[in-house]
Design a protein around this ligand. Sequence first.
Ligand SMILES: NC(=O)c1ccc[n+]([C@@H]2O[C@H](COP(=O)([O-])OP(=O)(O)OC[C@H]3O[C@@H](n4cnc5c(N)ncnc54)[C@H](O)[C@@H]3O)[C@@H](O)[C@H]2O)c1
Length: 129
Amino acid sequence: MRILITGGCGFVGSNLAIYLKHKHPRYMIFALDNLKRRGSELNLPRLNKAKISFIHGDIRIPADFEALPDPDLIIDAAAEPAVLSGIIESTRYTIDTNLMGTINTLEYAIKKKAKLIFLSTSRVYSHVE
Ligand SMILES: NC(=O)c1ccc[n+]([C@@H]2O[C@H](COP(=O)([O-])OP(=O)(O)OC[C@H]3O[C@@H](n4cnc5c(N)ncnc54)[C@H](O)[C@@H]3O)[C@@H](O)[C@H]2O)c1
């Protein structure tokens, strides 16, 4: 079983990766992340220790998916998760990651016939003022 976790160095992605590897040592787990979230790089030693392969990549860039080993399952944990991120930070980055990045991830899952688990809570509801 090969599992790709996008946002694999984030809070949810890294803990999920380590939990799954602990439960299923034979699974091959790949953590793709662009390390945009400050502090996400601090999870690299934890992932390394758990024998999870880190891949520096960005879900906004379709070509970054092409270099990956074919996954059986994708867990989508890459995001700009703050509800207000599109207002108080870069609207462009939020849309490119949370919308276009999700489309890239879905297209990659279809192409590879991989199952996909979508974790986002922040991308389901919009924020209107
Ligand atoms: N934290 C929670 O309690 C919680 C609960 C339910 C669902 N979720 C969902 O889980 C997902 C992850 O949340 P989190 O709390 O782990 O956030 P997080 O910010 O800790 O992790 C997100 C990771 O995605 C990476 N990332 C950002 N943009 C990227 C890009 N363009 N390409 C590749 N990687 C990118 C960041 O560097 C970071 O490591 C979100 O969709 C969130 O809505 C979180």
